[in-house]
Design a protein around this ligand. Structure first.
Ligand SMILES: [Fe+2]
Length: 404
């Protein structure tokens, strides 16, 4: 095996003492790397070639990318390495192609120190002390204030907006700051007003167990706005919010078998208005990432179809759903809040469950205005603003929701 010559900083060139990588050389099918701290590590040659983002290879961030994995042969070989220019590493390949790399990017790959998954901050009935609250005037006019509220959404899955004017345009204006508003069966911005001929449960005066909305969709709403226009303070209708990640953690600790069932047994949710719509989705109640961390929840007791499972599994599945329902209904796990006109709750519908106590429809008309924002729109807004206000947070791996 012919190895390319080892290139250290050459005499006559300034030595970049802050460089994380001191030397690189071909070693068999891989690349040996000497790090500044004295460690020696290996790097995949194929990975390095694919990481080239020169004008010929194109870049993946913009999607104008021309080099494909199939273009890089298993036996790819680097002829030489030049580390003499501070802040850059040049590699010349066997076919003469020249690649330039950022040493910090290579060092991060070697350490496996890519962006760490973000750790959500769980809450129960103690949320009131931690709930982020943001004024309409600030969020619509000031990107820094918007970013602060996006951080609160990332951390807790919920934030409060205050001083939101009652006009529909105001709801749309502030919601639109968080991402494109999703068009739904009810329109983009829609009103939920209690009425005797209610079409959906949200228009009745009955209590609602905390739930996520529309789990019968393959991709449920990402973030939901509840803008209070008129509320019957003193006559019930208190909002009940539950951190689904918190109840999942409780279930995982207390009844691991039941928790496990809800991460791998399909549960069917449906919604049918005859002749108009018929939604049905079979999915896991708890979605996990590849490392087993929870990324999303979908659960609405009112949308549960008769479940399908073999006789020896059906009772366990029902008990798992019953245990989850008990945890959701436990006031210990609920943040309770009586919305006032001008307040808007915005929350992650694939993490936070929302419900309310019953109210007396003869004493109060309850009018909430609502709209949905897709989850990746909100996370895109967060990352874009993080590039400006907190660059170290921009590439955090955010929890991706109820993915299947
Ligand atoms: Fe709902």
């Amino acid at each position: 095996m012919l190895d390319a010559p080892k290139h250290l900083a050459q005499p006559g060139h300034a030595v970049d003492t802050s460089a994380p990588i001191r030397a690189m050389r071909a070693e068999g099918g891989r690349i040996g790397v000497d790090l500044a701290d004295g460690r020696s590590r290996k790097l995949s040659t194929r990975w390095l070639r694919l990481a080239c983002e020169c004008e010929v290879c194109g870049d993946t961030a913009s999607g104008k990318r021309w080099l494909t994995p199939a273009d890089v042969a298993k036996a790819i070989h680097a002829e030489s390495f030049d580390l003499s220019v501070p802040g850059g590493i040049t590699v010349i390949w066997q076919d003469g192609h020249v690649s330039h790399y950022d040493p910090a990017v290579l060092a991060a790959q070697i350490d496996g120190s890519g962006p760490a998954p973000f750790q959500p901050q769980l809450w129960d009935n103690d949320l009131s002390q931690r709930l982020g609250s943001f004024a309409f005037d600030d969020v619509v006019a000031d990107d820094a204030a918007l970013f602060s509220s996006l951080r609160a959404l990332r951390d807790h899955g919920i934030a409060m907006l205050t001083g939101v004017p009652a006009e529909t345009e105001a709801t749309a204006r502030i919601a639109g700051r968080y991402g494109p508003i999703r068009d739904t069966s009810y329109g983009k911005v829609f009103d939920l007003i209690s009425r005797p001929d209610a079409r959906v449960a949200g228009e009745t005066a009955r209590a609602q167990i905390p739930h996520t909305d529309e789990p019968f969709r393959y991709s449920p709403p990402g973030f939901i706005f509840f803008h209070a226009i008129r509320t019957g303070a003193g006559s019930g209708g208190t909002s009940l919010m539950v951190d689904g990640f918190h109840v999942a953690a409780l279930m995982r600790a207390r009844t691991p078998d039941l928790f496990d069932l809800l991460t791998r047994h399909g549960v069917t949710f449906h919604r049918e208005h005859h002749g108009e719509v018929f939604f049905s989705a079979e999915a896991h109640v708890f979605s996990l990432d590849a490392a087993g961390a929870i990324t999303g929840i979908r659960y609405n007791d009112r949308c549960l179809a008769p479940q399908r499972a073999p006789l020896d599994q059906i009772d366990s599945l029902i008990e798992a759903l019953a245990e989850l329902t008990r945890l959701i209904c436990d006031p210990q796990n609920q943040f309770q809040h009586q919305l006032a006109p001008g307040e808007a709750l915005v929350f992650d519908n694939q993490r936070v469950l929302h419900g309310r106590t019953a109210f007396d429809p003869t004493l109060a008309v309850r009018h909430l205005r609502s709209c949905n924002i897709d989850r990746d729109g909100v996370h895109s807004a967060f990352r874009s603003l993080a590039r400006r206000f907190a660059p170290e947070e921009a590439e955090q791996v955010l929890y991706q929701g109820a993915i299947f």
